[in-house]
Design a protein. Structure first.
Length: 142
């Protein structure tokens, strides 16, 4: 079972989706928050959709462009699931998050992030994965 949590109350339900433990109602049909650790692919697809559809957002946590939302989602996925995220990013391929145009408020700019050929990132994570596996084997032997 996944034990991923974020903040003090957002946690994985164990079915690939997260919920707010402070919320009064638990809805097992709610699939609005995919878990970045055990449902990484859906989490990244949702982050890509958000980044490609919103050029700017403002809230209590700050101001975000679509590109910042996409890259933030990638960073969260890399921390939560460093071994599978590079492979999933290559499968997803191209993300086209948007940002506001600096001079024309009626327009936006499409950024281009191609994750299909990120070998350096993959090889580093493969090394880390081998290291983690050796540590796990060593810790079981003790």
């Amino acid at each position: 079972m996944c034990n991923y949590w974020h903040g003090s109350t957002i946690e994985c339900r164990g079915d690939g989706y997260m919920w707010d433990a402070d919320y009064d109602g638990y809805d097992p049909e709610d699939h609005s928050m995919p878990c970045p650790a055990c449902n990484t692919r859906q989490y990244l697809l949702d982050a890509r959709e958000t980044g490609e559809s919103i050029s700017y957002s403002s809230g209590w946590s700050g101001d975000w462009t679509g590109e910042m939302m996409w890259l933030g989602g990638v960073n969260v996925a890399m921390r939560a699931n460093p071994l599978d995220t590079p492979r999933i990013l290559r499968q997803i391929g191209i993300a086209r998050p948007i940002i506001d145009h600096p001079t024309n408020r009626a327009a936006f700019i499409v950024k281009f992030h191609d994750h299909r050929n990120e070998r350096r990132l993959v090889s580093r994570n493969q090394r880390e994965g081998r290291y983690l596996k050796r540590m796990e084997k060593g810790s079981r032997d003790e």
